[in-house]
Design a protein around this ligand. Structure first.
Ligand code: DHE
Length: 527
């Protein structure tokens, strides 16, 4: 490649920079004034968000600037965002849209004080009736997240009839997390909001904002604590699950004092601890919650009781640092949470592999040769010829890798019709479902036979429309697949015959989460 910049091109570039700078005042004081008049009351004076989402570049990375202009002009249906077409000129709309993608002049902060001030308790724990206000199996419900208009639908997992549809915070990300009895669910938004929702009463009961740019949340195995993982600020935040009272903020700082974004936090019930993935330091963190003082017994409604055990003497709610040989991201765990399998994206080999760490000893057990960005968070596991295997899609490679978990070797690489995002199965189903999320074939979904490790069927539910993310019902007999479009739907399939049974219209449905599968930590679903 010719690296010498010719003089005229240099001048051209300089002229562009000067033009942008000259335009800056128009996008400066005037735009700031426009923002304060029309936007600040909902989105906050410093763009940190309020009743509306935060308008900072890191929070808007998933929204194209043209789309932001359209939202300012036309508003957002089914939300409180009005259209400003009648009040603002096209140039003003364009300058506002440009301005919100600029780094803020004052670095945003979100300290304990802001977290405490954001908490809203609408119905204190214990104040609402203890019986469901609907007639459906409370353990076979689904929550469907609809990202098109920021809503969620509560769906009966037997009749597949919607029970209730409600507005969520803007841009939820990561799976909602249930309490072990399945009564409450916690949602996390990219803007940092945690919402506690009482499914039986179909009411938001408490909310709190844990950060400015949040990744996900995890709920302890006993349902008593919620942990949030943040990119901004660099922190983990612990809450009492009852009313989302703040318990502790953990600045994400490595042993050498370096600060890190937190990629995600996971609950590991058999260990009685949270496990956190750190983006910028070579450590995995384990934070134990208190072990039960009474023996764990089943109460019928509760999930299969898991009696946690400890392999270390880290005090409750303190950080146990596990140094690792690379930056590890995007975790999959074996069923007893003895090992974490993380994507190593920065260091050894070509930075495109996976690594297995024994969480008890802290030792690296194996490297996994998985080029093409394995999406381990979507990994699933099943029994194959008397051995336990796991499978993962790849984000940049048209393949599914299948790994023997007894010796950590890749036993099969299945070629797919394009890179995938999600995989799903159920212990009672002979099949694994793997979507094609990227590229021209993103309307396809592969069905893999667990016994032969072959793709036995490729479905195209709606040509040209993205089909992605599957979740089974509690019995593994039916499943839901998203038509991931603004005028989309969830499609109900028979898990045995692979026949379509029903379509339920929804607004860009993304993830679907079955109460039983999630609270039982079913082997074919995400945890
Ligand atoms: Fe996700 C889960 C990370 C982009 C939809 N995503 C997760 C989890 C992580 C993660 C760590 C597990 C957390 C959990 O469930 O508690 N996701 C990332 C990324 O790093 C990435 C690639 C870039 C980013 O900007 O964050 C990313 N994710 C996306 C999307 O573009 C998706 C498709 C659309 C969206 O809404 O943002 C998306 N991610 C999801 C969904 C889950 C998820 C639906 C929960 C899956 C489940 O079944 O549990």
């Amino acid at each position: 490649m010719n690296r010498i910049v010719s003089f005229p091109r240099y001048l051209q570039a300089l002229a562009t920079v000067m033009l942008i700078t000259a335009m800056a005042p128009a996008g400066g004081d005037d735009t700031r004034a426009l923002y304060q008049t029309h936007c600040a009351s909902c989105h906050g004076e410093n763009r940190l968000g309020g009743t509306g989402p935060a308008l900072l570049p890191s929070n808007l990375s998933r929204l194209k600037p043209e789309a932001a202009e359209a939202v300012i002009r036309d508003g957002r249906p089914a939300s409180q965002m009005p259209g400003f077409e009648a009040e603002l000129e096209d140039a003003e709309i364009a300058s506002l849209a440009g301005w919100i993608y600029r780094e803020p002049e004052v670095e945003p902060v979100w300290t304990k004080e802001e977290i405490l001030a954001s908490q809203v308790v609408r119905h204190p724990a214990g104040s609402l009736p203890n019986v469901p206000r609907f007639d459906a199996d409370p353990l076979n419900l689904f929550i469907v997240v609809e990202t098109g208009d920021h809503h969620a639908t509560l769906l009966d997992g037997d009749s597949f009839e919607p029970i209730h549809r409600f507005e969520t915070r803007y841009a939820l990300h990561g799976g909602p997390k249930y309490t072990p009895d399945g009564r409450h669910v916690f949602f996390g938004s990219r803007d940092g909001w945690i919402t506690k929702y009482d499914i039986y009463n179909m009411e938001v009961v408490a909310e709190v904002r844990a950060g400015i740019n949040m990744r996900n949340i995890a709920v302890s195995g006993d349902g008593r604590y919620v942990m949030a993982a943040n990119y901004l600020p660099h922190s983990l935040v612990l809450f009492d699950a009852h009313n989302l009272d703040l318990m502790k903020v953990y600045p994400a700082v490595g042993k050498g004092g370096e600060s890190s974004r937190v990629s995600a936090v996971y609950a590991a019930p058999p260990r009685g601890s949270f496990i956190a993935a750190l983006k910028d330091i070579e450590e995995v963190w384990e934070i134990p919650w208190p072990l039960p003082t009474e023996p764990v017994v089943s109460t019928g409604h509760m999930a299969t009781p898991i009696a946690p055990t400890r392999s270390h003497d880290t005090p409750n709610f303190q950080v146990r640092r596990i140094p690792v040989p690379d930056y590890l991201d995007d975790f999959f765990f074996d069923l007893d949470y003895e090992h974490v399998i993380g994507a190593s994206r920065g260091g050894e080999s070509d930075g495109q592999g996976g690594m297995v760490i024994n969480l008890d000893s802290g030792e690296k057990v194996a490297d996994l040769p998985l080029e093409g960005m394995p999406h381990l968070g979507s990994g699933i596991t099943w029994e194959y010829e008397g051995r336990r295997v796991m499978a993962t899609p790849h984000l940049t490679r048209a393949a599914v890798s299948i790994i023997d978990m007894t010796d950590w070797t890749v036993i099969k690489t299945l070629e797919t019709d394009g890179p995938g995002f999600f995989m799903r199965s159920h212990a009672n189903s002979p099949y694994v479902w793997a979507d094609v999320f990227f590229g021209p074939n993103r309307d396809r979904v592969h069905v893999i036979d667990k016994a032969s490790l072959e793709i036995v069927e490729t479905l195209i539910p709606e040509p040209g429309k993205t089909a992605a993310h599957v979740e089974f019902d509690r019995y593994g007999e039916k499943l839901l697949l998203s038509l991931w479009e603004d005028d989309g739907a969830v499609i109900v399939y028979d898990a045995e015959t692979l026949e379509e049974e029903k379509r339920i219209p929804m607004s860009k449905p993304s993830g679907k989460y079955n109460v039983w599968n999630k609270t039982r930590y079913e082997e074919g679903t995400s945890h």
